[in-house]
Design a protein around this ligand. Structure first.
Ligand code: ZN
Length: 280
């Protein structure tokens, strides 16, 4: 299959999917969402593949969904995402169902994360079974700063613990690699220049195991998490996310994203915070 926004490689029982829009820190546009899912499907259905690695080209894993390119802004004004149910169904398919599909794959998945891993990027990393972070990795979700509640695939409380997760969302601040490791969100922190090697070493080690044993072990853990409420909470939180979109559309003053016009998000948030500082 010919991919444009990701690179698909295979060897020694390992499929490696590399996000490949480094010029925009791997911001995820529609094509990239589609191709990530297709690449995971390809790896899952290939009997030679035992382990799947999700990596990223360039200095950052992913800056999140592409909200800033002219194409992305134009797409946001078009059907179906400019209606409440249209957006609901679009996002349900593109993120909730797709990333749950990846989370539920029979084969083990490993994310190799460097640099920025923000919002949509956080979703991509956390849908994987194992996360290896380089020392410069930093994680954030600015949904609340943007006037919304959360992202579409919202596993954050499970990743960070409930109390830390609230601080993470309420402030939109970054968590660095060491803190992510301390919280149990990432498995290992490695020097930047060793990220690929350490990830592939681990993938090779896991690939030595029998696929059926890996499948059953993974299912056992995922079912445990599901029995604890993981799956239901994700569906519930997806609806909360949609509520944020709905009120943002009806009353743009409530949503930074809905009222930003053509401004970049970073610029918009910086301006807003400065205004707030001045009125204190
Ligand atoms: Zn959304």
């Amino acid at each position: 299959m010919d991919f444009v926004t990701v690179i698909y490689e295979k060897g020694n029982g390992i499929a490696k999917i590399t996000l490949n829009r480094p010029e925009v820190r791997n911001a995820e546009n529609r094509q990239m969402s589609r191709e990530i899912l297709e690449a995971f499907k390809l790896a899952e259905e290939d009997n030679e593949v035992r382990v799947i690695v999700l990596a990223a080209a360039g200095t950052s894993f992913s800056s999140g969904h592409d909200l800033g390119s002219p194409a992305a802004i134009a797409e946001g004004q078009k059907e179906p995402v400019n209606t409440t149910m249209g957006r609901y169904e679009h996002e349900e398919e593109r993120w909730l169902k797709s990333w749950l599909y990846v989370r539920d794959l029979d084969k083990p998945t490993i994310a190799a994360v460097q640099g920025y891993c923000i919002m949509g990027g956080f979703m991509l990393a956390t849908m994987c079974d194992i996360i290896i972070a380089s020392e410069d990795a930093k994680f954030a979700d600015m949904a609340v700063r943007m006037g919304g509640a959360a992202v579409e695939y919202f596993s954050h409380p499970w990743e960070l613990g409930f109390r830390k997760c609230k601080e993470f969302l309420f402030t939109g601040d970054y968590i660095d690699a060491q803190e992510a490791w301390r919280l149990g969100m990432v498995n290992r922190v490695v020097p930047c220049e060793r990220l690929e090697e350490e990830t592939m070493n681990l993938a090779n080690k896991i690939a030595l195991q029998k696929p059926h044993a890996l499948k059953l072990a993974k299912q056992a853990i995922n079912y445990t998490q599901d029995l604890m409420g993981f799956r239901e909470s994700l569906h519930y939180l997806f609806n909360i996310h949609q509520l944020s979109h709905a009120y943002g559309a009806l009353d743009p003053s409530l949503s930074v994203l809905a009222s930003r016009g053509n401004k970049g998000l970073k610029e918009m948030l910086t301006e807003r915070d400065k205004k707030f500082e001045q009125t204190k």
